[in-house]
Design a protein around this ligand. Structure first.
Ligand SMILES: [Zn+2]
Length: 420
């Protein structure tokens, strides 16, 4: 049963302070085009972490760091026996990233802490603000690393051995910036986790919604495909003698797109990589390798795609006179978020009068792994043109404020819930 809606509060975060702090952290690793380059576990990341830590300590929070560099800043509650309510996101960025991907969730969490202080509010449960290490995966080639190790999805020794292009390991990088903490990186009992993030897609902006009530993350299935035909001379080989691997691949790519579109706006199907061999303009391609991925919020739909795609792609290969080798790389289950936590986000948006809609996360987030151990929900805010992982990534101050305000209300309601 979801908690009954608490009465509308007059508690407000300080939107200007939130925005100023976002602009302040964006100076660390600022790029000339207005973006951010704050690659995980670099000197720039260390400066961002140090600044964040100083802000947390100035707000009276106690900061602890685990052995993957994940940072937890705790504000005590009235009842020390209650499990903490967590909120957070990540401060690392893509190589040419924007100011808000990740930073919004962490800095809005800081603003929630500062506002609770200003308002003199003592919550029943403690509240902890988290900065997860290496969400982006752009330096060591492995995304969601800090939360993934914490959640037990990835083995820590394997992650620590990963190297960046200069041969520096994750372990060495943690040591060199001084952020390998004494706490073990593993789940501890927590009451809930809330993550505010920009949508990184166009849906909220297109529908003029201020808040996305994220109900979960979609299921995925990924394949590698190899189509084999026969290399032959482009000028001398008549149609009856051709085994064109690229024509076979092109028809399969069209199949991926048709299967996606048959599922309406919830469908996702992508071929993002294509390697043509011998890749010469006067040779009929003998081999084509490509990637295929499907995503959908509904697990059963992924089951159907996973049954239908290999079969129909096989028919296409046969009709085209080529052979198809399909390897299923992995399948990621859908991760529904906790209904009671999602409901707190829904109620907060409604109380505050923000236009809102339910949405399924199309991207991976730390929250998806945290959700395996802790009741979790996410809040999305719109971003300009749905653009992210780009220096031009942009949001409006009032959008950041709305997200922060919903975060405050959801966290407060959870931390003060009866029987928590
Ligand atoms: Zn992010």
């Amino acid at each position: 049963m979801p908690d009954p809606a608490p009465p509308a509060s007059n508690f407000r975060i300080d939107g200007k302070r939130l925005w100023d702090t976002l602009m302040d952290i964006a100076q660390i690793g600022a790029t000339p085009k207005g973006g951010v380059r704050r690659l995980t576990l670099t000197e720039v990341d260390r400066r961002g972490r140090d600044r964040f830590r100083i802000w947390c300590e100035a707000a009276g929070l106690t900061v602890r760091i685990d052995s993957m560099g994940n940072m937890f800043a705790r504000r005590p509650g009235r009842d020390p026996a209650r499990l903490p309510v967590l909120m957070g996101s990540h401060l690392d960025s893509q190589p040419s990233g924007g100011k808000f991907d990740g930073a919004l969730g962490v800095i809005a969490g800081l603003e929630v802490m500062r506002s609770l202080n200003d308002l003199g509010i003592v919550t029943e449960a403690p509240i902890e603000l988290v900065n997860w290490t290496d969400e982006e995966g752009s330096r060591f080639g492995h995304s969601l690393m800090g939360s993934g190790v914490w959640a037990g999805v990835y083995p820590q020794p394997e992650m620590e051995a990963l190297k960046d292009p200069d041969g520096v390991t994750v372990g060495a990088a943690l040591d060199s910036i001084g952020y390998r903490g004494p706490e073990p990186a593993r789940p501890f009992p927590a009451d809930a986790y809330f993550e505010l993030h920009i949508e990184q897609g166009p849906i909220l902006e297109r529908e003029a919604k201020t808040i996305g009530i994220v109900t979960g993350a979609q299921a995925q299935v990924w394949y590698d495909a190899v189509v084999t035909g026969r290399d032959s001379h482009a000028g001398t080989t008549p149609p009856s003698a051709r085994k064109d691997a690229l024509v076979g691949a092109a028809r399969i790519i069209d199949l991926v797109d048709r299967m996606m579109r048959a599922r309406g706006e919830d469908g996702r199907g992508t071929v993002g990589q294509l390697f043509v061999s011998p890749n010469s303009r006067n040779v009929i391609p003998g081999e084509v390798r490509f990637s295929v991925e499907f995503r959908h919020p509904d697990e059963a739909e992924i089951d159907r795609l996973d049954a239908q795609f290999p079969r129909e792609a096989g028919f296409i290969a046969r009709d085209t006179g080529v052979s198809l080798e399909l390897t299923r790389l992995f399948r990621i289950p859908a991760q529904p978020f906790d209904p009671a936590c999602v409901d707190l986000v829904r109620q907060a948006a409604a109380r505050l009068g923000y236009p809102a809609r339910e949405i399924v996360s199309g991207a991976g987030h730390d929250a998806v792994y945290v959700a395996r151990h802790v009741p979790t929900a996410m809040i999305f805010t719109p971003c300009l043109d749905g653009l992210s992982h780009n220096e031009a990534e942009s949001i409006e101050p009032h959008e950041a404020e709305a997200g922060g305000q919903v975060l405050l209300e959801a966290v407060l309601a959870r931390a003060n819930r009866v029987g928590g």
